[in-house]
Design a protein around this ligand. Structure first.
Ligand SMILES: N[C@@H](CCC(=O)N[C@@H](CS)C(=O)NCC(=O)O)C(=O)O
Length: 189
């Protein structure tokens, strides 16, 4: 079988990269990690050697290229029978897909103003109103995936949402600590 390579950006800053990275660690899927520092001279050229979109994460297995974080999670779940991906129940699956899709394409104000930095503990400050609205929406989403939805959403679906929201935690709290410990273990960059 071809080597499985996950190409990512910096784990401290690239929340999209962390999604499949956490999923694969959590599910003990072996992979080789290639880290490409982003937004530097030559970064794009290096990315394009692996990723048709020129973005990370991208999963490489021989000739296969999967260049979107959610597509990578689905591919891995489908190709590893022991791993639970989307919930089997139709309503639970629709709920999980809604949460992941919202995380995938939503929260523009949070992305703009609260880009991920797992290592940094931010001082309190006043944010633009749209950031507050984004945080409310994010808490609603997390509440749905953790409490009422906990019966519906399986652990991996929640993990995908959690990995996607690592940015929103401003380096505080139990989840942020777990992400920080997992993502930065043994790393200084
Ligand atoms: N929807 C994509 C988003 C990927 C993405 O935006 N990746 C950013 C890093 S977090 C990137 O590669 N940026 C580098 C660039 O645009 O040059 C996914 O989920 O994989």
């Amino acid at each position: 079988m071809a080597a499985r390579i996950l190409v990512i950006g910096n784990r401290n800053y690239s929340s999209w990269s962390l999604r499949p990275w956490l999923f694969m660690k959590q599910n003990a899927i072996a992979f080789e990690e290639v880290c490409i520092p982003l937004y530097q001279a030559g970064s794009k050229e290096r990315l394009l050697k692996y990723s048709p979109s020129g973005k990370v994460p991208v999963l490489v297995e021989g000739e296969i290229r999967i260049w979107d974080s959610l597509a990578i999670l689905e591919y891995l779940a489908e190709t590893h029978p022991g791993i639970r991906g989307w919930p089997a129940d139709t309503i639970a699956r629709a709920t999980a897909r809604s949460a992941c899709a919202e995380m995938h394409s939503g929260f523009p104000a949070l992305r703009e103003n609260l880009s991920m930095n797992v290592r940094k503990v931010f001082a309190p400050r006043t944010w633009p109103a749209e950031v507050g609205a984004g945080r409310v929406a994010l808490h609603r989403l997390l509440g749905a995936s953790r409490t009422g939805g906990a019966r519906l959403l399986r652990r991996n679906a929640r993990l995908a949402v959690d990995a996607g929201m690592a940015r929103g935690r401003s380096g505080r709290g139990r989840d942020a600590a777990a992400v920080r410990d997992g993502a930065l273990k043994g790393r200084s960059r």
